[in-house]
Design a protein around this ligand. Structure first.
Ligand SMILES: C=C(O[C@@H]1C=C(C(=O)O)C=C[C@H]1O)C(=O)O
Length: 369
């Protein structure tokens, strides 16, 4: 029951009138923006590319989001402001043509959350069962892009993703980072004092290792294919719980027993957007590179020296065994800068001269959201 005094009632009505007026301005402006996007589509269609025209432009989207943050007058946070613009752009792009995205499923995984964060909710998304299936689906042209996890701040690199690049010609078109919160969840039929088994993906179990050691030291930890799969299993077992994220809890109607149980509060995962398009510079970009070096003294030094010489910031260096022969290695290197910029091009040329094989996996906008 409202107990507002007459002057409060009056003030409330005034404010709500103002909000109604602002909303109709926003609606008109969003429609105007959507019409502009439709015209952009026409221009793209007649640009010579015809039906294969690329409507989605990662570098342009990154610039729009960065600008939304830079000019944000508050009181909304920059992230909230960018998120709103993310959805407006997603809806505008869907008028041109909805972007089709495959992700490492099933529904309810963190990868799905990353896909929605990156492309917005108007994208058409398709869950696939394994990382190499996501690569294949994009290669076959059945979808425009794929989303796969590549590294976690607690558990390190996702080997399947790096290894897939060894046999694929796909490009990295973008990156997205997601804060990962893990929750312990149960179903209606779970007897919470009789839990003998906890299901989750191996990465998630590892991210909650200390918490599990303290609170469920004698409970069996069962690694399954995904967190969503873990959530699904708990629905039919009275003595089991699952560790998964919000989306899985919601999707499978589970109850969260303990929230945010990850050992490190800054636990986050980085995902890559893979596609077949080379992305132009956005003004703040990263490049991913795959290099094989001859197995000889000083190889690693020769590989890294050009980056230092040209003042390029490395953000990650990973080593994986080459698939071609035993005891030879492939390096995965991420650095700040776009392949088209002078210092990056010069460094790549020098690295290439000393390498037995070099492949630029892509230059792409640094993750904004
Ligand atoms: C409108 C365009 O196309 C798409 C939609 C965008 C938007 O709504 O701002 C931005 C980039 C593209 O993904 C464009 O290229 O400018």
């Amino acid at each position: 029951m409202s107990e507002d005094k007459p002057e409060q009632v009056k003030r409330l009505l005034e404010l709500r009138d103002r909000i109604d007026g602002i909303d109709s301005d926003i609606a008109r402006l969003i429609s105007e923006r959507a019409n502009c996007a439709l015209e952009v589509a026409e221009v793209k269609k007649h640009s010579g590319e015809g039906e294969s025209a690329l409507y989605y432009r990662p570098e342009r989207e990154a610039q729009v989001l960065r600008r939304a943050m830079e000019r944000n007058p508050g009181p909304l946070t920059n992230e909230e402001m960018a998120r709103l613009f993310r959805e407006i752009m997603s809806a505008c792009l869907a008028l041109e043509e909805p972007v089709k995205v495959a992700y490492l499923g099933p529904e309810g995984t963190f990868t799905q959350q990353a896909a929605l964060k990156h492309f917005g909710h108007s994208a058409v998304s398709k869950p696939l069962a394994a990382i190499d299936e996501v690569f294949r689906e994009v290669e076959a042209g059945a979808v425009n892009y794929g989303v796969v996890p590549v590294e976690n701040s607690t558990e390190g690199v996702v080997n399947h993703t790096l290894d897939s690049f060894m046999t694929s010609n796909l490009q990295v078109c973008g990156e997205v980072e997601l804060r990962i919160h893990q929750h312990l969840m149960i179903s209606d039929i779970t007897r919470k004092d009789s839990i003998t088994r906890i299901y989750s993906h191996a990465q998630s179990l590892a991210q909650c290792r200390k918490w599990l050691d303290s609170y469920y030291p004698n409970v069996e930890r069962v690694a399954v294919a995904s967190n969503a799969e873990a959530a699904k299993r708990v629905k039919g077992e009275w003595n089991a719980a699952a560790i998964a994220g919000d989306m899985a809890a919601e999707l499978y109607g589970l109850k969260i027993l303990s929230e945010k149980i990850e050992d490190r509060p800054d636990n986050s995962t980085r995902f890559l957007i893979i596609g077949s398009q080379a992305v132009p510079a956005s003004g703040d970009d990263k490049t991913s590179l795959m290099v094989s070096m001859r197995n000889e003294p000083g190889a690693l030094h020769d590989l890294l020296a050009p980056f230092q010489k040209h003042g390029i910031d490395l953000t990650r260096v990973e080593t994986r065994p080459a698939q071609s022969s035993n005891w030879t290695y492939v390096f995965f290197i991420d650095f700040v800068g776009h392949r088209d910029s002078e210092n990056v091009a010069a460094a790549l040329k020098e690295v290439g001269a000393g390498a037995s094989d070099i492949k630029v996996l892509g230059s792409y906008p640094r993750g904004v959201l």
